[in-house]
Design a protein around this ligand. Structure first.
Ligand SMILES: Nc1ncnc2c1ncn2[C@@H]1O[C@H](COP(=O)(O)OP(=O)(O)OP(=O)(O)O)[C@@H](O)[C@H]1O
Length: 227
């Protein structure tokens, strides 16, 4: 679940107006489409949900935990066990095999490595045969599947995906979306998909939506107030 009230974030460098986010309530197991034009704050919002950035104002509950007071190792451990993150840039270590890349998840969570679970997670997204390869030996779509397997390895309560279809053709985009939904459903995770891809918007027509363009208007007003 995700619940936000009056959430805001200020980038100290750059001098941009504060980002103010609309409130949202996402139930456990629900799907949220996070929409907004480029620069509207989608990546920032995801970073707040993952505890990668601390909010400047407002209240934020993710998977039953109020974020804001935890620091350093505590928030890192919480993130490793609670959040699955499929970032736009996949951050697979080029020095490690696919299986070893997934094993890093256990390291981050302070858990013993479980090779059977790694193989199962890779099989779930159709890439178990690639376990011994290095990331540079994968296609873009295969690399994304590996990153998805990594994201759901510990059965997260919240799965966050940042522009998961951005560089994919129509068929691969439909596959990626279906896999994301299946992977979230398999662990009853709440799924958030940040996108400005109309194919995703159409495919998820009727899904709960958080539109950050509303916030764009708020930022414009802030700027006018400053003048
Ligand atoms: N590190 C930073 N320092 C200062 N300002 C930043 C920083 N990162 C992002 N911003 C600003 O915050 C706003 C929101 O950025 P963000 O990356 O969250 O948007 P986005 O909706 O994810 O964009 P895109 O779709 O292009 O990835 C933008 O105005 C951006 O310029």
């Amino acid at each position: 679940m995700i619940r936000t009230r009056g959430l805001s974030y200020i980038y100290v460098s750059g001098g941009a107006a504060p980002l103010r986010f609309p409130d949202v309530d996402l139930r456990q197991g629900g799907t949220l489409l996070l929409r907004g034009r480029s620069g509207s704050g989608k990546s920032t919002w995801l970073a707040l949900m993952a505890g990668l950035r601390g909010a400047s104002g407002g209240d934020l509950f993710v998977a039953g935990t109020q974020l804001g007071t935890q620091r350093g190792a505590e928030i890192d451990a919480w993130r490793a066990r609670t959040i699955g993150f499929l970032p736009q840039k996949l951050y697979l270590s080029s020095a490690l095999s696919v299986a070893d890349n997934l094993a890093l998840v256990y390291f981050a969570a302070g858990l013993p490595r479980d090779d059977d679970s790694i193989v199962r997670a890779l099989a779930q997204v159709g890439v178990a045969n690639l376990a011994a390869r290095k990331p540079h030996q994968l296609s873009g779509g295969q690399a994304q599947r590996v990153a998805l397997a990594r994201a759901v390895l510990l059965a997260p309560q919240v799965l966050l995906a940042d522009e998961p279809t951005a560089s994919l053709d129509d068929e691969a985009a439909a596959d990626a979306l279906a896999l994301l939904q299946q992977s979230a459903a398999a662990c009853d995770a709440s799924l958030v998909i940040a996108t400005h891809d109309q194919r995703v918007v159409l495919a998820l027509a009727g899904a709960q939506t958080l539109d950050l363009n509303e916030m764009g208007a708020q930022r414009l007003m802030d700027k006018r107030e400053q003048l």
